[in-house]
Ligand binder design. Sequence first.
Ligand code: AMP
Length: 189
Amino acid sequence: MDLFKQQKVEDFYEIGEELGSGQFAIVKQCREKTTGLEFAAKFIKKRQSMASSRGVRRDEIEREVNILQQIQHPNIVMLHDVYENRTDVVLILELVSGGELFDFLAQKESLSEEEATQFIKQILEGVNYLHARKIAHFDLKPENIMLLDKNTPLPRIKLIDFGLAHKIEAGVEFKNIFGTPEFVVSGAS
Ligand code: AMP
């Protein structure tokens, strides 16, 4: 059985403007044709051969999808659907349209204690939810902390990008050095 839908994503979604990109992924706004609802489509480039260093290995893409499928929390981006074609796996994600928390704060003249507390609380609730399920995000950084809608009095935080996330197995030592270089303090173990 195919893990991901093999139909053309363009038959079901109108693909719109680019929202952002990562090393091997481009995220575009899209609209579901049947419902008119807006989502974000993350096109992840598949690695085409074992020898290649470009693109993402299939097991890594499956891990990201698998973890997202286990998550349902108000402060974490939700996965709606997954499509696949020869070159990409396309994650249809909840649209997080308020931009990065960092940019929001940089543009603000001042931040009240109440606002700061609310942001920190939401971030910690998201992380606590993950850790209670033994999921480590491994790439928490300002770019991955976004706002659902910045035009509300207390914007809702959404943690995004589960490309490096791992489930930590009890009794199994997890050793790896990864993350975004500026934010890696030391190798996790
Ligand atoms: P990622 O590789 O998942 O970090 O995505 C790359 C960039 O795309 C992010 O830094 C965001 O700017 C944007 N992005 C990712 N997911 C979403 C989303 N669900 N809604 C809106 N923009 C997103």
